[in-house]
Ligand binder design. Sequence first.
Ligand SMILES: Nc1ncnc2c1ncn2[C@@H]1O[C@H](COP(=O)(O)OP(=O)(O)OP(=O)(O)O)[C@@H](O)[C@H]1O
Length: 596
Amino acid sequence: MIRRLLRLWPHRGILVRLGLLHVTLSVLQGLLLALLVPVLHALVAGPPDLAAARPWLITGAIGTLVYWALTVHATPVGFAASMRLTADARRRLMEHVTTLPLGWFGSANKARLTRTVVTATGDLGRLVAQLGPQAVSATVVPATLVVVIGLLDWRLGIVFLVTAPLAVLALRRSGRIAAETDTEMDRAATEVSGRAVELGQAQHVLRAAGQGASGGARLREALDEHRAGYRRALRRSLLPGLGYVGVVMAAFVVVLALGARFLLDGSLAAPDAVALLVLSVRYLESLGSLGGLVGGIRAIENALVRVETLLATPALPRPARPVRELAHSGIEFDGVTFAYGAPGEGTGGEGTGGAAQDARPALCDVSFQCPPGSTTALVGPSGSGKTTVTRLVARFHDVDAGSVRVGGTDVRDLDHDTLMRSLAIVFQDVHLFDGTIEENVRMARPGATDAEFAAAARAACLDEVIARLPDGPHSRVGEGGALLSGGERQRVSIARAFLKQARIVLLDEASSALDPENEGAVQRAVANLCADPDRTVVVIAHRPATLAAADRVIALDGGRVVESGPMDELLRGDGVFARLWRGYEEARGWRVATHG
Ligand SMILES: Nc1ncnc2c1ncn2[C@@H]1O[C@H](COP(=O)(O)OP(=O)(O)OP(=O)(O)O)[C@@H](O)[C@H]1O
């Protein structure tokens, strides 16, 4: 474990300093206790001989002073080490997390990330700085004392030598059980926090469905399982813990009996017997305290495993020579197959827990082209793979087969920042940061001028919202944008796309109905996005008006392209899309002139 800790913290200075300090303190403690022997010999063996005891007493006093000074010094060193180790581990984790594919950030992984970054690293830093020194003391003090005792009386030295491995064996067994129960408890605790997050996020849905009170059933189940696990853990660890205490107690009884016997048969002098008794108590006390550390050491092990697991999550592979320029804004899928949780993905995305087993491809041998400047509508039933197409363009995941090309280059060969700079994504459910409208739009391009901001707001039809709000662009949007309606949030997101001057926009149109005013405004904003001949837009379209703004259509079903081509051509035929379109027309009494 020490090697693994050193791997986690490559700047080992602080760990080495802490370790050396406590080894010195422990050896010093053992030697100070050993001074009892000459002192007792001088004072107890015959008439008290102060002159003979004086050098030992002076040595003891100096040693105690040094011990005290080092102990005082060790407190701030330990505290600084705890803070530094936690901060270093958090920094390493955060650096790694920024390299993970966006598809990894599902709610289960987010709960795991929070627990690891907040709890596991905190535990690691604190426990290593606190328990490390205690573990050093609990092993080095007995080791020093065994040497001293052995020099004093080899027979009792052997008893202690035999005790140590037996105690260590018992300790290892209880440690193994503690590790297993700890892992089980951690799994249960992660489940509890995941369900608590889920319950919080789903509150509005649950209440709308009249399930506000009963919606916590899943959380309660997880809490019950956590409690049951805790009881199981207690039962399992009881016996091995008692085994360890038994070994230590038995050693003490044997030493007492043998000491008394050697004293009576004259083979052990009275001062040596007294010194041996004191040293034995301290030896067994130190060894005993090691038992108390097992739980803590296992907690370190588990926290370490959690941190290592996160660090071992494969990062998005970076190309050796990334392409930093897009030749154009076109998009091309060439024989793309992709399954969530499949080996190629390997990112543990949301909902992929069991997906690895039933890795049915979300997309299967999908090929199409979106020429530069075109607007392509993705249509198809729920679960047909429309969102997956947009996720692959943005490289939230890597494909299992085939290739996704943006601007003529496979996204895997593109510099990630170049891709992100060129893309704007308008999600169905837009998440805003708890700041002002302007701050939320400007995050797309913080250096934009006021005129550019105003133009972007106008193009996204956001200016109407801004004009209505009391503080204009400085109005706050609330947590997650809760003070704005869904349509208004989408307009903020579209304004970001305009301000970013993104050459490619991926838009997931809201599938739920918007109020007529928002509906019209979002439609105009989308039409403005599509009108720019230099911008390629891929839109998951749920409304006829959005479809009307597109010049190409890709119809998906069951992860396969069932139809694709220019809108006019498809409308003239009798395929899936033409039928879908006629359905819209009949339902809404729509009549749209085709371009051809
Ligand atoms: N994060 C995920 N983990 C595992 N499977 C997923 C994930 N996201 C989507 N899927 C699965 O992939 C398939 C395609 O889903 P996708 O969301 O791309 O379809 P869609 O056409 O966008 O559906 P909708 O219109 O309902 O949003 C579905 O079977 C879906 O269950």
